[in-house]
Design a protein around this ligand. Structure first.
Ligand SMILES: *Cc1c(COP(=O)(O)O)cnc(C)c1O
Length: 357
């Protein structure tokens, strides 16, 4: 069976050797040596001033909304994983959807200002598939209207935009280290923020503790544990080779599909991308379903990332986005992972091509 992704696992002995160091301390969580070490190596590797490692990639979004004191309406994208929008609703805010750019698939920055009202307090946008939002335009809109900016960077690990980590943009940026993501800790994630917000974000992720008997304010438990950090420390040394192998697969797909009728993802200029997903957009949903069925029959299971469009969720009422709904109904992510063999890759390409006619 070939799935859309397959978790990269380092040699087990390497994971165990790292985990053993935590074992020897008898300390499995509460910011043990491995979590602190992972934070330090990620700061250096990503060139970000600070980050807080967390237990998944959803809590950083919720903590960002809470800790920045955001209330009321949040302008967001309808084309993302559900966690982007569920976090807004979970925090008692209201999502207001702005449609996406048809080629970049990120929020259409030219449509944001028209959606701003006196109730708007923030913009929460996703660098979907690791493709950067138009961060400059969003920053200037946010400045003009005194809005906070949060980026869901769940897919953004290793991406640079204009020479800087994508996580350095916005007031707060997040990442997911879930096992289906590019860099992973099994479950896990991180929050990145401007230095001025670091202390607040840190306290919020640890029950609001300020020392064992004092409290800074309200908090929750979003701490990463030592076994999670051990996985991250074991995977990170392989990250460059992971990127290299994924690039080769992406290049093969693109070479084979560039001249077809499929729409491929356009990466924003000035971006060094991370090959995190390989979405293809069909002319209509019927064609998508036909290709999906043919692939399933051959034991290949791509995923409809991201379907349905989030403006159609049953618990939101933030406007209808036609472009997002159209793309969500026609987009399929093809298998892309370390270890995907050439024979399988060619089989996938052939099935896709045959079923386009
Ligand atoms: C995976 C993902 C998340 C959630 O991350 P978890 O680590 O699974 O909690 C949030 N946003 C997007 C866009 C994602 O793809």
């Amino acid at each position: 069976m070939i799935n859309v992704t397959k978790t990269f696992l380092p040699p087990q002995a390497e994971y165990q050797a790292i985990l053993k160091r935590a074992w020897n301390t008898g300390w499995m969580t509460n910011r043990g040596i491995l979590v602190q070490e992972l934070e330090a190596v990620l700061r250096a590797y990503l060139q970000v001033p600070n980050l807080v490692a967390m237990t998944n990639g959803t809590l950083p979004l919720q903590i960002a909304i809470k800790a920045l004191g955001i209330t009321g309406d949040i302008i967001t994208t309808p084309f993302s994983y559900v966690a982007t929008v569920s976090s807004i609703v979970w925090e008692g805010c209201t999502p207001v959807f702005v449609d996406i750019h048809p080629n970049y698939l990120t929020i259409d920055e030219t449509k944001i200002e028209a959606a701003i009202t006196p109730s708007t307090s923030a913009i929460l946008a996703t660098h979907v598939f690791g493709n950067p939002c138009h961060v400059e335009a969003i920053e200037s809109i946010a400045k003009k209207h005194h809005l906070k900016v949060i980026y869901d960077g769940a897919h953004g690990f290793g991406v640079t935009y204009k020479g800087q980590s994508l996580f350095n943009y916005g007031d707060v940026s997040t990442c997911s280290f879930h096992a289906t993501k590019l860099f992973h800790t099994g479950e896990g994630g991180a929050l990145f923020c401007k230095p001025a917000y670091y202390e607040r974000m840190f306290y919020h992720h640890n029950f609001g503790h300020d020392g064992p008997e004092a409290f800074y304010g309200l908090g929750i438990n979003a701490k990463m544990s030592e076994p999670q950090a051990a996985m991250g420390l074991a995977v990170l040394p392989y990250f460059e080779s992971i990127l290299k192998e994924r690039k080769a697969i992406v290049d093969t797909y693109t070479q084979a599909l560039l001249s077809s009728d499929l729409q491929l993802l356009s990466i924003r200029p000035n971006t060094i991308w991370n090959y995190s997903y390989y979405p293809v957009i069909f002319k209509d949903e019927t064609q998508l379903l036909q290709v999906q069925q043919a692939l399933n029959k051959a034991g290949v299971f791509p995923r409809r990332y991201f379907y349905p469009s989030l403006d159609s969720l049953p618990y939101v009422n933030g406007g209808v986005c036609d472009i997002s709904r159209s793309i969500a109904s026609r987009i399929l992510c093809l298998p892309l992972y370390v270890g995907l063999e050439e024979e399988a890759l060619n089989k996938i390409i052939n099935i896709v091509k045959i079923n386009l006619c």
